[in-house]
Design a protein around this ligand. Structure first.
Ligand code: FES
Length: 373
């Protein structure tokens, strides 16, 4: 893309000449110089970047758990250029060939702009996204991604304010595939000399990925598996507290693990909890209603404890969704009739007034909705 060249000389301010003599000379010089200048100042070509969508190529594929149910994919930009920067805790949206959109945390090195890495556990009874990644994506394939975005940032005290990083302990808690956003956090904390420790839990050693990469951190990392030691309690997850130094705790894992920590730490001022779920939160305070899909005329009931999205997927399994937590916008549809109860923080007032709703979290304030599906 090249800026437009100068064109017409302005009129003389005195009215003596049809064109201002000084500006006439300056415009002449600019016209001669412009072809050279326009070439050397050419703006970056944005081809391949469309509305935040990047085309990437799969350059590596590796099984990273002993049970072979977790695959790590490494992407490079399809045009060979650098990828957008990211920070620990970021994720990308994968736009899968089937049309499904799924979010995966980046688990490579944020300093490496030549590649992104994600890891995906096979979930046979899930929504089909993980099976597609496992069975349909191979080295050499191209696909589209969006992002990176960061909904789980690592906030490091002392890095910007000059305080001693050791004044705070960082505690990382990962459950199974929840290790993915935590891996770059560990590397970052280690590089900056933080005092940190981690507990990594899962069903068995065979099921938890990246054991080989964690070995370099020695006894900072505790591996605890359900088959050997039983389910961990809150004290196991939080680790020893000395009561003097505050702890910043970063957790990514299944909903029961996060709920256990939230309940246990409620009201505590010495432990600051940051967490990211990899499955949808439970519906709280919902009541039953019905929904009609206008294009087919099908009506179904949304139970008090299920999401509108889940009910819609019973009638139309192809309904798009991704995060299931109300922040990506993939499940957005339009309400044609009824009174929505918005529970997201993404939609603007104008979008809500226009009838839009995020079906993964929002519900109905009355007893019936009709949606444009
Ligand atoms: S699926 Fe992400 S906002 Fe609903």
């Amino acid at each position: 893309m090249t800026p437009a060249p100068p064109t017409t000389t302005p009129p003389s301010l005195t009215g003596r000449f049809r064109r201002d003599p000084l500006l006439w000379v300056a415009t002449g010089i600019a016209k001669l110089w412009w072809p050279v200048w326009g070439t050397v100042t050419r703006l970056p070509d944005q081809t391949g970047v469309d509305d935040g969508v990047l085309t990437v190529r799969i350059v590596d594929r590796e099984r990273v758990a002993l049970d072979e149910n977790v695959v790590a994919l490494t992407f490079a930009s399809a045009d060979g250029g650098p990828l957008p920067r990211w920070h620990a805790g970021s994720h990308v949206d994968l736009l899968l060939p089937s049309g499904r959109v799924r979010q995966y945390s980046l688990c490579g090195d944020p300093a490496d702009q030549s590649s992104y890495r994600i890891a995906v556990r096979r979930i046979p009874d899930g929504g089909g996204g993980s099976l597609e990644v496992h069975e349909a994506l191979a080295v050499g394939d191209t696909l589209e991604i969006k992002g990176p975005r960061n909904a789980f940032p690592l906030v490091l005290p002392g890095v910007t304010d000059g305080r001693d990083p050791a004044a705070r302990h960082l505690r990382f808690v990962a459950g199974g595939i929840g290790i993915t956003p935590i891996l770059p956090m560990l590397a970052h904390a280690q590089r900056l000399g933080f005092d940190w420790s981690m507990i990594y839990t899962g069903r068995s050693r065979e099921s938890i990925p990246f054991l080989h990469e964690l070995a370099r951190y020695g006894d900072r990392v505790t591996i605890r598996t359900d088959d050997e030691q039983g389910l961990p309690d809150a004290a196991d997850l939080i680790g020893p507290l000395d009561g003097e130094r505050p702890v910043a705790l970063y957790c990514c894992g299944p909903v029961p693990m996060i709920d256990l920590l939230r309940t246990h730490l409620d009201g505590r001022t010495d432990v600051e909890l940051h967490y990211e779920r990899f499955s949808p939160p439970p519906v709280v305070g919902g009541s039953e209603f019905t929904v009609t899909l206008a294009r087919t005329g099908v009506t179904t009931t949304v139970d008090a404890e299920e999401t509108l999205l889940a009910a819609l997927r019973r009638c139309n399994p192809g309904v798009p969704y991704s995060c299931q937590q109300g922040f990506c916008g993939t499940c957005r549809i339009r309400v044609l009739d009824g009174d929505p109860e918005h529970r997201d923080t993404l939609l603007t007032e104008a979008e809500r007034a226009d009838g839009e709703i995020l079906t993964c979290v929002s519900r109905c304030a009355g007893d019936h909705l009709t949606v444009d599906l």
